[in-house]
Design a protein. Structure first.
Length: 185
């Protein structure tokens, strides 16, 4: 999960990656969060696979350092790394999964690309919407969710957590389809 550490940033749109992995850990009974790999780490099992959830504590711009340290320790192929992150170019509440690709100005993804030495990792892009004006982007991304957005966000994070087993199983299409059914059904 990508985000910025500390209570000051906890409800920022930029921290939706942290929110998603915290909800997955809670829903699936992961072990307690502990300090490891320059971040907070929780361990558990999804779809019969051992899974580590990591929240880098290096701030967004240096997220890749923590992710690369954990991936190298586990000897993970980068295709097994999944980044949950905010996506400005997706409507609020929309989720898309993709493997590889560009960073679209996202500094956390840029850091991961640089530290992992490639773009093969998977991305769960969680839409935060665009404020429609370039001069409002920073305030929007680094702003808290509005009260009117909290209930839909809670539903979205719950659905992501409920369907996360498909990601662990490598079935990104099923994850997206079941997520859409859960949210729109």
């Amino acid at each position: 999960g990508l985000g910025n550490p500390g209570e000051r940033y906890a409800r920022h749109r930029h921290n939706v990656g942290f929110m998603a992995v915290e909800r997955i850990a809670q829903r699936h009974g992961f072990g307690p969060w502990r300090q490891r790999f320059q971040g907070r780490l929780a361990e558990g099992v999804l779809a019969g696979e051992r899974v580590w959830l990591l929240e880098p504590q290096t701030f967004m711009n240096e997220s890749g350092r923590a992710v690369a340290e954990a991936a190298r320790f586990m000897k993970l192929p980068f295709g097994d790394v999944i980044a949950f992150h905010d996506e400005l170019d997706l409507a609020s509440g929309k989720v898309r999964v993709k493997a590889g690709g560009g960073v679209a100005g996202h500094n956390g993804l840029r850091s991961m690309d640089a530290c992992l030495g490639g773009k093969e990792f998977r991305r769960v892009r969680i839409g935060i919407g665009h404020p429609r004006h370039k001069d409002r982007v920073t305030g929007h991304v680094l702003g808290n969710y509005h009260k009117s957005e909290v209930e839909p966000l809670t539903d979205l994070l719950g659905a992501i957590a409920a369907e996360a087993t498909w990601l662990a199983d490598g079935d990104d299409v099923r994850f997206q389809n079941d997520l859409a059914l859960r949210l729109n059904g």
